[in-house]
Design a binder for this molecule. Sequence first.
Ligand code: FES
Length: 336
Amino acid sequence: MDRVHSVQVAGSDPRTVEVAGDQRLLDAFLRNGVYLPNSCNQGTCGTCKVKVLRGIVEQPTPSETVLSADEQTSGYVLACQSTPKSDVEIEVPLDAGCGPRHVLRDLTGKVHEIREVADDTVALTVRLDDPLEFSAGQYVEITVPGTGEVRQYSMANPPRSDDHLEFHVRRVGGGLATDGWIFDSLAEGHAVEMRGPWGDFVHDADADGPMILLAGGTGLAPLKSIALHALELDPEREIHLYHGVRYRSDLYDVEFWESLADRHPGVHYTPCLSREEGFGRHGYVGDVLVEDFDSLRGFSAYLCGPPAMVDAGVKACKRRRMPGRSIHREKYTPAP
Ligand code: FES
């Protein structure tokens, strides 16, 4: 039988979680509804680093770009990659704050709809067997059948509609999950297995100022969830969405956003084409944002898309005086 080890978080509010067999620290904490900072769940972002104060923890050697040599020597590990081999005490960085406490679960459901929305892009809707609690902006991992591999997709629907999940999927040439499954054989009624929710990129429902949403490609999905959630809380909310793609044929959900803007006077929708003119604005979302605003003081921003787009968007927000604490970001690359 697999050994079960107990892992305690040090501090004034000590929390203890039981971790079984090969289970990873992060998985065990989130399944018990105990928050640990997390983002990629793949060992590539460093968000989940914790310090081991006592006990033995195993992890694959992390890249020094994620966990520096000094940090590794000082006992830091990545909770999403680490498995305890004894009872353990860990310390979570003080600035980790708190985040969504939805319980991580194994999920099952059936494909409700697969809708082609743009060139090589589909909106996939899965009806869940049991509703899922999540925060706007979070994602699930979908199991690619017969491979043991998972792919991460953000929910595009707001949390209220938690008996179905909408995902935006872009085809990646030769990709195991996209070319080999979703765009090849997946059909309505097929069973889907998932795990979630994951991630700290979530709508801050306590902030009530105007919002900037910068999306690149299918990075639009979590921003759609965030926008809809914000409008549920305040239908008058000022929201500026910039959706960047290369060509008009890559753009999707245009009618949805135009209709949302018609119904909510605070919503402003700006599609941006980087390689073509003739529809929306020409250029990258960050550049268009800088053209449109002299100051972004008092705004908050949510950015999701390819790393270069997110980095440029963050620079654009800061150039227009938005403080770093108001900028929420998720770097995202379509999974193969
Ligand atoms: Fe990204 Fe663990 S390294 S969540």
